[in-house]
Write a protein that binds this ligand. Structure first.
Ligand code: FAD
Length: 278
C-alpha cells in the first residue's frame, strides 16, 4: 500500500503535461512524471519517494511512437521494454533491454522510465549512447532535440519540469555488428554486476557500461585503448581499468574486487568477439 495520497493527472498532449506541472508545482506541491510507474509505486510503498501529484505521460501519443521514418528510428519514452525487443527495430537495444527485470515487469517498464530511473543501472541507455542517439525533451522552452551524449552525464540532466518525449536513432546504427553481456550475482534476472553493450562503427569498437561505477557511462578513453592496435589484449584490458571514470563500486551484488574481475573478463570477451568484425 502507498502510505500517502497523491493526485493523478493523465494529459493527452505535451503542452497539457507541462501546464499541469507548472500549475501544480506553483502551489508548492511536489510533482513527478510517471511512465510505467513501477519504480514510483515500489519507492512510494517504501516511502523512499514522495509526490503530491503524478503526471502520467502514457496518454500522450508522441510518447508511444515506435517507428522508422526515413533514416530515423523514433522511440517514444513510454514504449515498454517488451515492445522494443519484440519489434526487433534495433537488435542491440532489444537484446540489452531483454536483460532487465522479468518478462511481466518489462510489459510495464518503459524506456523513458529506465533512462530516468533513480537506480544506478539504466541499462537501456547503453546502446543509445553508442549510437549517438538524439532525444526530444519537453520543457519551459517548448520541445528541443539534443544529443543524448550531451544531456546524459551520470544522470539525465533535466530541469524539474522537463521530460523525455522521444528518442531518435539513425538507422545506419541499427545493423552494425554488436556484442552485449550482462553478469549478475545469481540468475538471469537481477541487477548487473557488470553490464556491457558494444558495437563496431567505422572499424572501431565502441563500448558502454553499467553496474561497474555509480552510473552508466561510455568512455572515449577506454574506446581508444580497445582500438589501439599497438597494445596486446592484456594491456588494453589492464589500461582500461585505470581509465574508469570513477571507482568500481562494491555492494550487496558484488565486492569491488569481484566486479573488477568480471569487468576484465567482459572486456576480453568483447575484444575476442568484435575484433574479427572490425
Ligand atoms: C523487478 C525489477 C527489476 C529491475 N531490474 C533492472 C535491471 O536489471 N537493470 C536496470 O537497468 N533496471 C532495472 N530495474 C529498474 C527499472 O528499469 C526502473 O525502475 C525504471 O525506472 C522503471 O521504469 P518505469 O517506466 O516503470 O518508471 P516510472 O516508475 O514511471 O518512473 C521512474 C522515474 O523516472 C522518471 N521518468 C519516467 N519517465 C520519464 C520521462 N519520460 N522523462 C523524465 N522522467 C521520467 C519518473 O519521474 C521517476 O522518477 C528493475 C525494476 C524492476 C521492477
Amino acid at each position: 500500500m502507498i502510505p500517502f495520497d497523491f493526485d493523478y493527472y493523465k494529459p493527452s498532449t505535451v503542452e497539457e503535461a507541462l501546464q499541469i506541472f507548472e500549475t501544480v508545482s506553483g502551489k508548492n506541491k511536489k510533482v513527478i512524471y510517471y511512465s510505467g510507474g513501477t519504480e514510483f509505486i515500489t519507492f512510494a510503498r517504501t516511502q523512499t519517494i514522495y509526490a503530491d501529484a503524478v503526471i502520467d505521460i502514457k496518454g500522450i501519443p508522441d510518447c508511444h511512437v515506435l517507428e522508422q521514418k526515413d533514416d530515423q528510428l523514433i522511440i517514444g519514452s513510454s514504449v515498454t521494454l517488451n515492445m522494443i525487443s519484440d519489434s526487433n527495430i534495433f537488435p542491440l537495444l532489444g537484446e540489452k533491454v531483454k536483460g532487465i527485470a522479468d518478462h511481466t515487469s518489462r510489459n510495464k517498464i518503459t524506456i523513458g522510465g529506465n533512462m530516468n530511473s533513480h537506480l544506478i543501472y539504466k541499462e537501456g541507455i547503453l546502446p543509445l549512447l553508442l549510437s549517438d542517439a538524439n532525444v526530444k525533451i519537453a520543457g519551459k522552452n517548448g520541445e528541443e532535440v539534443q544529443p543524448l551524449n550531451d544531456i546524459f552525464n551520470m544522470n539525465f540532466q533535466l530541469e524539474k519540469e522537463q521530460f523525455l518525449v522521444q528518442i531518435y536513432i539513425d538507422t545506419s546504427y541499427t545493423d552494425l555488428p554488436f556484442f552485449t553481456l550482462k553478469k549478475t550475482k545469481f540468475s538471469q534476472v537481477g541487477y548487473p554486476v557488470v553490464s556491457l553493450a558494444a558495437m563496431v562503427k567505422d572499424h572501431r569498437i565502441r563500448a558502454a557500461f553499467s553496474g561497474v561505477c555509480e552510473y552508466p557511462f561510455r568512455s572515449e578513453e577506454i574506446e581508444m585503448l580497445l582500438n589501439d592496435s599497438s597494445l596486446s589484449e592484456a594491456d588494453k584490458v589492464e589500461q582500461a581499468i585505470n581509465k574508469l571514470p570513477s571507482p568500481i563500486i562494491g555492494d550487496i551484488q558484488a565486492s569491488a574486487e569481484y566486479r573488477e574481475f568480471v569487468f576484465r573478463n567482459a572486456l576480453i570477451e568483447t575484444l575476442e568477439t568484435l575484433e574479427l568484425k572490425k
